[in-house]
Write a protein that binds this ligand. Structure first.
Ligand SMILES: C[S@@+](CC[C@H](N)C(=O)[O-])C[C@H]1O[C@@H](n2cnc3c(N)ncnc32)[C@H](O)[C@@H]1O
Length: 240
């Protein structure tokens, strides 16, 4: 896929989600110090926080997405440093963050407990004393295939005169993972099938795993579901 297409599909499938923004702003304000957005993509959350005066750094494994984020930050006269790195293996010099946040189920893109452990180790090392890690986990990953009542609405956006539509087709139970199948179509006539796999991991499991890395669970927060997106539980962990 071209760089431009990767950015557009990311925007189509993530860009219109706003239900979680108030909570990230609230957590960032409570943190009262620098914030690290892990899996920041094209900057849906990081740019919103920066526009509210938060000192935020964006980390993602995809350089193309961070390039788009950086362009948008510059266009909006915002300063959002970017770091291309894997969530399981990042080190940011002497910088310490008051809040490390992982929006929109990005932790569930890590395939297993080893991957999550590697993230907790890296995050703990980059946290300020008493800092917090906040992780959004999808609530329901119920399986469905074919025509079912209550199927999420498609994501859609028009860019440069072309309409992009991403239609959820199925969520397939693969045991430890849920495979989310989507049909990506454009008004220019292209069509492709995309699959992402999310680990099925409950908030209590994440809290228990994190404890081994010096991160202690506080009361979790909720993000309600919308017509298009499932609801989330946000696990909050504080550095011991
Ligand atoms: C569901 S998107 C969320 C994007 C953005 N945080 C938002 O809420 O709109 C997941 C993001 O995580 C990034 N990502 C996936 N695996 C990653 C990893 N192992 N390390 C760093 N980033 C990763 C993807 O490139 C993508 O930008």
């Amino acid at each position: 896929m071209s760089v431009a297409a990767a950015v557009v599909w990311h925007d189509v499938e993530c860009g219109s989600y706003t239900e979680d923004l108030a909570l990230w702003r609230e957590l960032a304000a409570e943190a009262g110090g620098p914030v690290l957005d892990v899996g920041a993509g094209t900057g849906r959350v990081a740019l919103d926080l920066a526009s509210h005066g938060i000192d935020v750094t964006a980390l993602d494994s995809e350089a193309a997405l961070l390039d788009a984020l950086a362009e948008r930050a510059t266009a909006a006269s915002l300063d959002v440093p970017t770091i291309v790195a894997d969530a399981r293996d990042f080190a940011i010099g002497d910088r310490r963050f008051a809040l490390i946040m992982v929006p929109m189920q990005t932790l569930q893109l890590l395939p297993d407990a080893d991957g999550r452990g590697a993230f907790f180790r890296a995050a703990r090392a980059s946290l300020a004393d008493g800092g917090r890690v906040a992780i959004a986990l999808a609530d329901a990953l119920d399986s469905y295939e074919g025509e079912v009542d209550g199927l999420p609405e498609p994501d859609t956006a028009t860019v440069d005169g072309i309409t992009y539509t991403s239609l959820p087709l199925a969520v397939v139970d693969e045991g430890e993972h849920a495979a989310i199948h989507r049909l990506r179509q454009t008004s220019a006539g292209s069509e492709s099938h995309d699959v992402i796999r999310l680990s099925r991991v409950a908030p209590a499991e994440v809290a228990e795993e994190a404890e081994a890395y010096g991160l202690v669970a506080e009361t979790a927060r909720r993000i309600p579901q919308t017509d298009v997106y499932v609801g989330s539980t946000v696990v909050i962990l504080r550095a011991r």
